[in-house]
Design a binder for this molecule. Sequence first.
Ligand SMILES: [Zn+2]
Ligand SMILES: [Zn+2]
Length: 205
Amino acid sequence: MGLTPRLEDFDHTTHDSRGIVGVKDGVEYSISEEEWKKAHPEHRNTECKECTFASNIEELLVFNVPKEMRDKANHRPEFIGKFTMPGWTGHSGFYLFKCEVCQEICVDYPHGYRGNGCLYLRCGQCGYEIVLTPRKYGDVYKRDNVVPPPTFWKMIKTLWALRKVKNLKWFEGSEDERRALQKPLNTEDQQKLKTSGRVPTELES
Ligand SMILES: [Zn+2]
Ligand SMILES: [Zn+2]
């Protein structure tokens, strides 16, 4: 019987209805809750000076967000600090906003991912999602060290560059380049072309 790999040696781990499963070289090993917790201590128990512990979102909103700030909340999410919650192994930036749809004052942290890999915030009341586009909310990505997806314009630029390579060459390329993309002609076709007078120069020898 082989040894169970150490937690940090697994290629990846999954959490689902079967519990915690670690995968190493295609073999699955079940990991006990206790073992996992030992290897991943809750962030609240670390000495992190950057964040504050909050037991849940409601308490965070009431006790950690000053009333004046809650009263001024609008549709644009505002950073209110970094927090950690029960069971978390890290912390996250939290944002205060007024839901555009139900007008509820909400607090949430960025979740992944929506449309093109954007983070989003969700209204706790109605579930409305604010998709955080990197162009408008670049600071959110920076703050939590999340690599933002390319902006719309960056994507257009990339697509255009690809088009240039694939298609524009076809249209703008020299006569030689265009011919190189065509199938070599068989003798019969060459003969036909010759008689029609449209024969490409290199075939005339
Ligand atoms: Zn922290
Ligand atoms: Zn809402």
